[in-house]
Design a binder for this molecule. Structure first.
Ligand SMILES: [Zn+2]
Length: 255
């Protein structure tokens, strides 16, 4: 699906508190190509510049997020959007993008989706997982509360505990050589009073723009939306005196 209007509409005034982040391996999860770039590509670019390993998981390949491209097959649309997402990842210094290939617009918090998430988590062995926030339920924006966004946020939360660290979940993964792994923390991106992590993206905002500009099938001209992106980032950082920020709700993952 096409998501860029979502996050622009969801720009909000946000509260406070900083964190020191010492995780070396980070996995960022979203439903569609471009979701990560709107929410977290400034953070991803900062973390890769700091020498941390960052990988992306994109659950669908966004084949329904096209207007007026009826002549393209599903496979062609998937290939376009996957290519855009890979280029966008590269703009943030991210080399690994895992596409789960679930049908766009039909994502559901099923055992299959949780298994596929657990598989990548056990392959990548991240300390930190970044995703959308399953606790948000305002339903004040059709874009923001798209069913795929709700489903991937819930499935990620459920995969994190206890499935990824418990060998009795998805025993078929053991046969693939994938042992249980426990990430230490989750950052849920969103808005509202529960946010407690501010990432200063002043030095990577340009990389974020370059990443978003890669989604050519979604964003005809990055210059057109750049002022709103700047304003959104400024609003996010305002309470902490940051010119540009991406924000999250941090949650420790129990052993
Ligand atoms: Zn989306």
């Amino acid at each position: 699906m096409s998501c860029y209007k979502t996050l622009l509409l969801d720009a909000a005034v946000l509260p406070l508190q900083d964190t020191k982040m010492d995780h070396q391996s980070i996995l960022i999860i979203a439903a569609h190509p471009d979701d990560i770039d709107f929410r977290s590509s400034g953070s991803a670019a900062l973390w890769t510049r700091q020498g941390r390993r960052v990988a992306y998981v994109v659950a669908t390949s966004g084949e329904k997020g096209f207007n007026g491209n009826g002549k393209l097959s599903i496979e062609e649309r998937q290939a376009i959007r996957e290519g855009e997402q890979r280029a966008a990842a590269a703009a943030a210094g991210v080399e690994q993008v895992h596409f789960l290939k679930h049908p766009d617009g039909e994502l559901a918090n099923t055992p299959e989706l949780r298994r596929d998430l657990v598989r990548v988590m056990r392959q990548v062995k991240p300390d930190l997982i970044v995703s959308g926030d399953p606790s948000l339920d305002a339903y004040d924006s059709f874009y923001g509360y798209h069913s795929d966004h709700r489903a991937i946020a819930q499935a990620t939360f459920d995969a994190l505990y206890p499935a990824v660290g418990n060998e009795n979940f998805f025993p078929e993964l053991l046969k693939e050589g994938l042992e249980p792994h426990r990430p230490k923390e989750a950052y849920f991106s969103g808005r509202g009073a529960t946010l407690n992590v501010w990432v200063d993206i002043a030095e990577t905002f340009e990389a974020k723009l370059r990443a978003l500009a890669c989604h050519k099938s979604q964003i005809a001209d990055i210059k057109e939306i750049e002022p709103r992106l700047r304003e959104w980032s400024r609003e996010m950082g305002k309470e902490k005196g940051l010119a540009c920020a991406e924000c999250y709700r941090r949650l420790e993952i129990p052993d």
